[in-house]
Design a protein around this ligand. Structure first.
Ligand code: GLY
Length: 417
């Protein structure tokens, strides 16, 4: 463990004892990865079919799966890469490689925008940690596939092929969802790997369009914005997975915060930093954020002025479900963003991320080994309006949780050097 931490930072002179002198952070990181090793060892023993990607758990606690075309396929190899990064164990590298390479044909997938999630979380981490040249080509081809969905008149990448309003009033053929901000990292990476600036230019254009059309003055976000491809005009602003069209769906808030933070990292343009800060402040100062900092699945559930267009039965939920996945994504984003700000703001972003991670690593959210479909975190929400994956583990909650723990560890180590 000492050696792993040191080699990750390339700081061979650093004494590992000083890390151990930050008990809170050290124990949160250590216990998170210890649970990950236990749970994922069970998973690897039981799950051997490389065409079935672990995603969640059924009501009996058995792992449930998706196929190669689903948006979540890259997270399981990504989780394995993070465990490898922490442990340097060959077992994890071998498994991560096997699962990553099973996604090979997705580099040609142009069916939706999610190729960024699928390929950057798998091949992106694989390339970062191994430098394998073959992965570079896969990443550049994946970015080319994503580029096929960009329309210069709209100035954004098309997310889904169509979107039907919950109100039943319309079906749209150019929906862009806030989640799409997460696919831009693949484009920035492809420019760096290929020298071709067009990937990066499209990413910046998409971010500009999203900032202009997806955000309200308080920096809460619409989930879906539908465009007219002939004029580039906005046709409607709605929700698919949130409480109501005008509400703040928690995972959407998290995707936006994370996405704009990474666009700032790649561009150093102040407007993106300012936006990311406002998004972070929406979260950290929100009066509807519970004390343990794990958000409800939407910030505006049951509030006056927010009316669902889908079939909502408030009596079904004694308590408003939380979304651990939104919390994990947010903590990872806050940790990165804290590196771009200073003073009280930096302190607040770091302390909120730590509070999130401390809640997630408690028994309230972390599963007992051998349960929870072999995932780490409990209590995430896929989509309540679609009546799917309510209060369950989700592979992407684990992925961003492990990423946050690594970011926290790197940050604390850097501060000590
Ligand atoms: N991108 C889909 C989701 O966040 O549920």
């Amino acid at each position: 463990m000492k050696i792993n931490v040191i080699s990750m930072l390339g700081a061979t002179l650093f004494a590992a004892q000083s890390f151990a002198s930050i008990p809170d952070t050290a124990s949160v990181v250590r216990s998170g990865f210890s649970v990950a090793e236990k749970q994922y060892s069970y998973m690897l023993n039981e799950v051997t079919d490389l065409s079935r990607y672990p995603r969640s758990a059924d009501p009996n606690g058995k792992t449930s799966f998706t196929g190669i075309g689903d948006w979540t396929g890259g997270f399981w190899p990504g989780c394995l890469w993070y465990v490898y990064e922490y442990t340097k164990g060959e077992k994890w590298k071998e498994a991560a490689t096997r699962w990553t390479e099973s996604l090979d044909k997705n580099q040609y997938n142009t069916a939706h925008h999610d190729i960024g999630f699928m390929m950057n979380c798998s091949y992106g981490n694989a390339y970062r940690l191994t430098g394998n040249e073959a992965y570079r080509k896969v990443l550049v081809q994946s970015a080319k596939s994503l580029m096929t969905r960009f329309n210069p008149t709209v100035g954004a990448i098309k997310s889904w092929n169509s979107f039907s309003s919950w109100s039943g009033k319309a079906v749209y053929d150019y929906p862009v969802i806030i989640d799409n901000m997460m696919n831009l990292e693949l484009l920035f990476l492809a420019s760096k790997l290929s020298g071709d600036q067009s990937f990066r230019n499209v990413a910046i254009r998409h971010a500009e369009t999203t900032l202009k059309n997806h955000y309200r003055p308080d920096y809460s976000s619409y989930h879906v914005v539908n465009y007219d491809t002939r004029t580039g005009k906005v046709l409607s602003k709605e929700t698919a997975q949130g409480f109501s069209d005008n509400s703040a769906w928690s995972r959407g808030q998290a995707w936006g915060l994370y996405g704009f933070t990474s666009v700032y990292r790649e561009t150093r343009q102040k407007r993106f930093l300012t936006a990311a800060i406002k998004m972070a402040e929406y979260f950290v100062n929100n009066k509807n954020l519970p004390a343990d900092k794990i958000p409800y699945w939407d910030f505006n559930v049951n509030q006056e002025g927010y009316k669902p267009n889908w079939k909502y039965d408030p009596a079904r939920f004694k308590e408003i479900p939380r979304d651990a996945s939104a919390a994990a994504i947010t903590s990872s984003a806050l940790l990165e963003l804290s590196g771009y700000v200073s003073g009280a703001r930096k302190k607040l972003f770091v302390s909120t991320a730590k509070e999130i991670l401390s809640s997630l690593s408690s028994a309230a959210y972390t599963a007992q080994a051998g349960t929870n479909g072999y995932f780490i975190l409990k209590h995430s929400v896929g989509s309540i309006p679609h009546n799917g994956e309510i209060d369950v583990p989700l592979v992407y909650a684990d992925y961003y949780y492990l990423e946050s723990l690594l970011r926290l560890q790197h940050m604390e180590m850097k501060d000590k050097i």
